[in-house]
Write a protein that binds this ligand. Structure first.
Ligand SMILES: Cc1cc2nc3c(=O)[nH]c(=O)nc-3n(C[C@H](O)[C@H](O)[C@H](O)COP(=O)(O)O)c2cc1C
Length: 208
């Protein structure tokens, strides 16, 4: 067991208490151990074919954060967060030594799955992009719940100029940005929930 203090919230409690918090304490420092614990757990999040196509840019340089904030509607959580992550996806993770994603599996599994990975993504740019968005969304939720468990709050963001942030972080040509995530200690309560849709509008039984 890690020695990091965790709140040990139940999963349900973490899901229900998570809110987007935009007013974060700029003076709070997350320890390296806390950061490592969040990140190590988050990368156990599932990806299709286990291709682990997320790439998390942890922006520690405060000057860079200031520049990102300028192209992110001036949103203060970009600079006040204890941890700022730009969640990215590698569009070509599926073809970059894919045998490492299945190295612990029996040979017969590898022989089946490696050609299947190729067939699923090769020459399918939209599928490659969709997969980055799916994986990126899932890992972002993991990060938010892990942060919650450690007494932090979070703020997912797509309110920024993607091209400009890409330039600032040196995004490789075969990567895309999914969203940004600010994690920190809140200075005030979140706004009341905006207004949730009823279950019977969002859950469809069997067919639309
Ligand atoms: C993908 C995504 C992008 C978002 N982008 C922003 C943003 O740029 N700025 C912001 O203030 N909130 C942003 N939000 C927060 C949403 O407004 C918020 O999650 C939503 O209103 C529901 O509130 P809750 O998260 O507190 O339950 C974003 C949320 C998501 C999931």
């Amino acid at each position: 067991m890690r020695e990091i203090k965790q709140n040990t919230l139940g999963v349900r409690e973490a899901v229900e208490t998570r809110r987007a918090h935009k007013t974060l304490d700029p003076n709070h420092k997350m320890t390296d151990e806390e950061a490592k614990a969040i990140l190590e757990s988050a990368i156990l999040s599932p990806t299709a074919f286990n291709i682990q196509n997320w790439r998390l840019v942890w922006v520690k340089d405060m000057e860079l954060r200031e520049k990102i904030r300028e192209v992110a509607w001036g949103q203060e959580q970009v600079t006040s967060a204890s941890m700022l992550l730009v969640i990215c996806g590698d569009l070509r993770a599926w073809e970059k030594n894919p045998e490492r994603y299945w190295r612990n599996s029996p040979t017969e599994v590898q022989e089946f799955i490696l050609p299947a990975i190729h067939a699923y993504y090769a020459e399918k740019p939209l599928t490659q992009r969709d997969e980055c968005m799916r994986s990126g969304g899932i890992i972002t939720q993991s990060l938010m719940l892990l942060a919650e468990d450690m007494g932090y709050k979070s703020s997912p963001m797509d309110g920024f100029d993607y091209d400009a942030v890409g330039k600032l972080i040196g995004l490789p040509e075969d990567h895309i940005i999914v969203m940004m995530l600010a994690i920190g200690k809140p200075l005030k309560e979140a706004w009341p929930r905006g207004g949730q849709l009823p279950l019977d509008e969002v859950v469809i039984e069997n067919r639309f």
